[in-house]
Design a protein around this ligand. Structure first.
Ligand code: FES
Length: 634
């Protein structure tokens, strides 16, 4: 019989384990005691989700077979790699970041496919007054207590105003804890109310902001828009080239993404949720490396030429004011619209509470494999799984990661914005009025369409273009080169500006919503870039499509892509529908998870170090594969 004493911030218990169960892993012992840990890697020793601190007694390491005595371990121990000593005793402390708060879940438009703890980047905590050592300065003692509670994951430093709490008379001291990158900062807690964070995906073409209640992880609202930088170039290379030619473009592009794109999105999510700006206490941002540089106002020029060196790839923390996002001190400049007054929290004197939360940039891997793809590798859980898998993100940069054995191979391919509906005759984002699905009649080729919100159609979004290509090929409306077959008709005609076009629907005032041959050419280029990237990555690892257990298909289309049609138009050459799993916007999923579980940042950093970058432009077969993939399948 052995004994385990364990405690968390709110619980302290002791359990006796009989001889039959002494060989259980510590994670299993704790699970049986109703204290499940955040075993996000499936107890494979690959994450930090199950770390505990050994306070007294001893445990046996299942890796080395040796006994670890308390005081010997310099670091927290992984509970999934330790078990109790027969007839022994151990006392462990389980920090909040190791407790399971949420199993894998589907959250609005993305899938968080790994478990998480509840340890937000900004949190309110209560410290019992009795824990404070009165023989030392109050702020120092308070920070020590918090650091001990957290098992010293990061230094804890006093922020402004802590001295004022020294005379506090109640049973608990209420403080806030803010993750500042290399330390936690402690400050007195303000009035008790809900605090929110924002998860942001800064895409080359589309930007999405999701407002999250930090207490329970619920999504309050989401807003998306076109990245205003697209007016200055529809791909990252053009924008980098602008910066290489004229340094003033760095500032122009920063203002475009910060002031003209992200700030209006923050205003929108606040307005929709009827919240005030000062209730946003932190942001987590994922995006490709160029987008993160430009949002930070850092010149991305070095990434435009060999050896493609980014200025930074690590997790960085900025303040809203550094990124031109801080709120003005009066309502002027936010919005002229009276209905916006509700969210601006302006006191009677017209002065608004300062809005200057910490903004966390998630870690990237390299110039062309950014935080968005690291977020995807993490949030899909592929980094921790045994099976061979592939992540394909159908964004403008077309990022692809292959997981095989312990290797992670990643590449990016210039797909362009076509699958996001940009640069096409009637392309729109997936929002109200967008045609989301198209089916063509076998004989008449009359389209049957689905419209988001059921309104008059305003255009087609990416999922509809994929459907159209697959259906048009299936019914013989287009050749494998993407050219229309057949003579002019009521639907097939030469458009004055778009050339040979097919009318999919008529919008308000009978405006035709068309797909043109030029659109299909752009879509074929995008699909060829992604398909060739997949083929090259598999070749590099000596694998075939049959070796892939799961292909995670990610993108802003959420869960609405018709997988059969994706395959029919040759985007995923050689794959079967049963291998494909739609996971939505995995970049946003990673930002969401990082907001709510600070331990995710360290895990993403580890993933980024594991990722081996494959430069497709240096792969001898890439160009010929790209040319081969420019046609639709037979
Ligand atoms: S669950 Fe123990 S290391 Fe991941």
């Amino acid at each position: 019989m052995s004994t385990l004493d364990f405690h968390t911030a709110n619980d302290r218990r002791s359990v006796a384990i009989d001889d039959a169960h002494e060989s259980l892993l510590l994670t299993d012992v704790l699970r049986r005691a109703d204290l499940p840990l955040n075993t996000r890697c499936g107890q494979r020793g690959l994450c930090d989700g199950c770390c505990v601190e050994l306070l007294s007694g001893a445990l046996i390491s299942t890796v080395t077979g040796k006994t670890v005595e308390s005081g010997e371990a310099n670091e927290p121990l992984r509970a999934c790699q330790h078990q109790l000593v027969p007839d022994g005793q151990a006392e462990v402390h389980v920090p909040a970041r190791s407790l399971l708060a949420h199993a894998p879940q589907v959250v609005t438009s993305f899938c968080a496919n790994v478990s998480r703890a509840h340890d937000p980047l900004w949190q309110r905590i209560d410290i019992p007054i009795g824990d404070i050592d009165k023989s030392m300065p109050f702020p120092e003692s308070l920070c020590r207590v918090i650091a001990k509670q957290r098992d010293g994951d990061l230094p804890v430093r006093p922020g402004r105003g802590l001295d004022a709490l020294a005379e506090f008379q109640e049973a608990c001291i209420h403080v806030t804890l803010e993750h500042c990158g290399d330390h936690w900062s402690v400050r007195p807690a303000g009035s008790q109310r809900s605090d929110f964070g924002v998860a942001v995906d800064v895409g080359t073409t589309t930007v999405v902001a999701t407002l999250v209640d930090l207490e329970n992880g619920e999504v309050a609202s989401t807003a998306s828009s076109l990245n205003t930088q697209t007016r200055l170039g529809d791909n990252v290379l053009t924008r980098i080239q602008h910066c290489r030619n004229h340094k003033r473009f760095v500032g122009l592009l920063q203002r475009a993404i910060a002031k003209r794109t992200l700030k209006p999105l923050l205003d929108e999510v606040l307005r929709e949720s009827n919240l005030s700006a000062d209730q946003i206490v932190c942001l987590a941002v994922a995006g490709n490396t160029t987008m993160l540089h430009l949002l930070a106002g850092v010149d991305p020029s070095p990434m435009g030429a060999v050896p493609f060196t980014p200025e930074f790839v690590e997790h960085r923390v900025f303040r809203a004011r550094q990124l031109l996002l801080s709120t003005p001190t009066t309502t002027a400049g936010i919005s002229e619209r009276p209905e916006d007054a509700a969210y601006s929290a302006v006191p009677a004197d017209g002065q608004m509470a300062a809005f200057d939360p910490a903004i966390h940039f998630l870690p990237s891997a390299a110039a062309y494999v950014g935080a968005d793809i690291i977020a995807g590798v993490f949030s899909t859980g592929m980094a921790y799984q045994m099976e061979t898998s592939l992540l394909v993100d159908m964004g403008t940069n077309g990022e692809i990661v292959l997981k095989h054995d312990d290797r992670l191979l990643g590449c990016a391919t210039a797909a362009g914005p076509a699958f996001e509906g940009a640069g096409l005759a009637c392309g729109v984002r997936a929002s109200r009025g967008a045609i989301s699905h198209v089916r063509l009649n076998d004989d008449s080729k009359e389209p049957d369409i689905e419209i988001i919100g059921g309104e008059d159609p305003i255009g087609l979004c990416g999922t509809a273009y994929v459907d159209f290509m697959a259906e048009a090929r299936r019914t013989g409306l287009i050749r494998k080169t993407g050219r229309f077959l057949g003579s002019p008709s009521q639907r097939l005609f030469r458009h004055a500006t778009h050339g040979q076009s097919f009318i999919v629907a008529r919008g308000s005032a009978s405006r035709p919503v068309v797909v043109s041959e030029a659109d299909i050419a752009s879509l074929l280029q995008a699909k060829a870039a992604i398909a060739a990237g997949i083929v090259c990555l598999l070749d590099r690892a000596g694998l075939s499509t049959d070796d892939i257990g799961t292909l995670y298909l990610a993108g802003g289309f959420g869960f609405h892509m018709d997988v059969e049609n994706v395959i029919r138009c040759g985007l995923l050459p050689g794959f079967r529908p049963d291998q494909i799993r739609l996971v939505g916007n995995t970049s946003l999923a990673g930002a969401y998870l990082a907001l709510l579980d600070s331990g995710v940042l360290a895990e993403m950093k580890r993933v980024s170090r594991r990722l081996e970058i494959v430069e497709l432009n240096l792969e001898p077969d890439f160009e010929s594969q790209y040319i081969d993939q420019l046609c639709l399948p037979e």
